[in-house]
Design a protein around this ligand. Structure first.
Ligand code: HEM
Ligand code: HEM
Length: 160
């Protein structure tokens, strides 16, 4: 059936690079978030001397703040990538980059939703949080590779 939605004029070319740039920034931020999370764990499980040294760093609190930023920007980045792709092509490409991206946004939402339980000292919630987010980090690396393949294609098809 013919779509009744009028297609907009092609978007400015540079908009294609917004999502990739944002996602590289987000990858760096999630590396930092991981580091903070590991420090937070050390505060919980380290020797008394280690804990004393680390406690003033407020790693748990900083991890929570960076985690909240990650949640917000991953959701925005995912829908942003889909929006730009749709506006440029009049459709989405249901391929690995799209499906893994949707999966990642879901993982980070569930991981963040476990926060209240973790704060009550729920061990299983904490283990699940770490498991989900380690999966998230692995998928992120893969997403960077498949994302750069899309960037290469967009570059090859750049307007003259
Ligand atoms: C890159 C993604 C993330 C990674 C790799 C990660 C990893 C971790 C790790 C390793 C811990 C320590 C667990 C332990 O003590 O055994 C932790 C704790 C925690 N995470 Fe995350 N996390 C991520 C994202 C998030 C997000 C999105 C939120 C919420 C918005 C969040 C909130 C928390 C909280 C509240 C704690 C408890 C901190 C404390 O000990 O005070 N994390 N996380
Ligand atoms: C460094 C990492 C990444 C790069 C270089 C990258 C690159 C790209 C590019 C070039 C596009 C096409 C956009 C356009 O047509 O202008 C795209 C689409 C998309 N990206 Fe990424 N991306 C990355 C990470 C991510 C992550 C982490 C997610 C989700 C968590 C994600 C989700 C999406 C989605 C859902 C689309 C729409 C795909 C489609 O409908 O075909 N991307 N990405």
């Amino acid at each position: 059936m013919q779509s009744t939605v009028a297609m907009p004029e092609a978007l400015p070319y540079y908009l294609n690079f917004l999502h990739p740039l944002m996602m590289w920034g987000l990858l760096a931020l999630s590396g930092y978030g991981l580091w903070l999370g590991i420090k937070a764990k050390k505060i919980r499980t380290g020797t008394p001397e280690e804990r004393k040294k680390l406690i003033s760093g407020q790693f748990g609190k900083r991890h929570y703040q960076i985690g909240s930023l990650l949640l917000a920007f991953m959701v925005l980045g995912t829908f942003g990538g889909m929006a730009v792709t749709y506006l440029n092509n009049g459709k989405l490409f249901v391929g690995p980059h799209l499906l893994v991206g949707i999966g990642m946004a879901s993982l980070v939402a569930v991981a963040a939703a476990l926060t209240p339980l973790m704060q009550q000292g729920h061990v299983i919630a904490r283990k699940v949080h770490v498991g989900l987010n380690m999966t998230l980090m692995s998928l992120f690396l893969w997403q960077a590779v498949s994302g750069m393949q899309i960037v290469a294609k967009i570059w090859e098809n750049r307007p003259a």
